[in-house]
Ligand binder design. Structure first.
Ligand code: GAR
Length: 203
């Protein structure tokens, strides 16, 4: 299964995909796309000799447009797009071209703590301030609205004894690194089924 991984930051989820032994003969990362010119994830892409492109709608030098990204991914025969810490809204053309073939990892238990502006530490601060005793990570399909598509899988972490949002972030990140490769393995094995309002994962 061919993947395109979209990133904005340090790239630890990209690294979790690339270093997962069970995924080695199931998935291939064909390209890494970022809204940034430089980021940790691009360094990981370079270390793994993966092509990487920066995307922007503003015609900035050194960036390509989302329209060109769409064409590139079709040319590369990408099967699934993985948003691994990508912070921009995905435009309609890309959503339509890759209908039900774009997934995102979110660092909280959706539908709580999602939506515009809810990314990275903003999420963990909101969870900490809410007083909730559990948080977790969600992998979901991507549609036109931030953090709105159908939930594929979730995993909880106990945060009843944490002292800071940073501690929540650390706990959640470690389950992100487990559930994202798990879901990709299930996609590669064609074990993810979309029914009207739920996603089923076959064992
Ligand atoms: C991850 O925690 C991911 O869940 C989050 O950004 C981080 C990226 O880390 N994504 C969002 O907040 C999207 N709303 P990484 O670059 O180390 O993979």
């Amino acid at each position: 299964m061919n993947l395109a991984v979209f990133v904005s930051g340090r790239g630890s989820n990209l690294n979790a995909i690339l270093s997962n032994l069970e995924l080695k003969n199931k998935v291939q990362v064909k390209v890494v796309i970022s809204d940034k010119k430089k980021c940790g994830a691009f360094e990981i892409a370079a270390e793994n000799s993966l092509p990487a492109y920066s995307v922007s709608e503003k015609n900035n030098q050194g960036y390509i447009s989302f329209h060109d990204v769409t064409k590139l991914l079709v040319d590369l025969e990408v099967d699934l797009i993985v948003l691994a810490g990508f912070l921009k809204l995905i435009p309609d053309e890309l959503i339509k071209t890759f209908k039900n073939r774009i997934i995102n990892i979110h660092p909280a238990l959706l539908p709580l703590f999602g939506g515009k502006g809810m990314y990275g530490m903003n999420v963990h601060k909101a969870v900490f301030e809410s007083g909730m005793k559990i948080s977790g990570a969600t992998v979901h399909f991507v549609d036109e609205i931030f953090d709105n598509g159908k939930i594929i899988t979730q995993r909880c972490v106990d945060i009843s004894t944490v002292d800071s949002p940073e501690e929540i972030a650390q706990k959640v990140l470690s389950v992100e690194h487990q559930i994202l490769p798990y879901v990709l393995g299930k996609f590669a094995d064609k074990k993810i089924k979309l029914s009207d309002d739920r996603v089923l994962i076959e064992v």
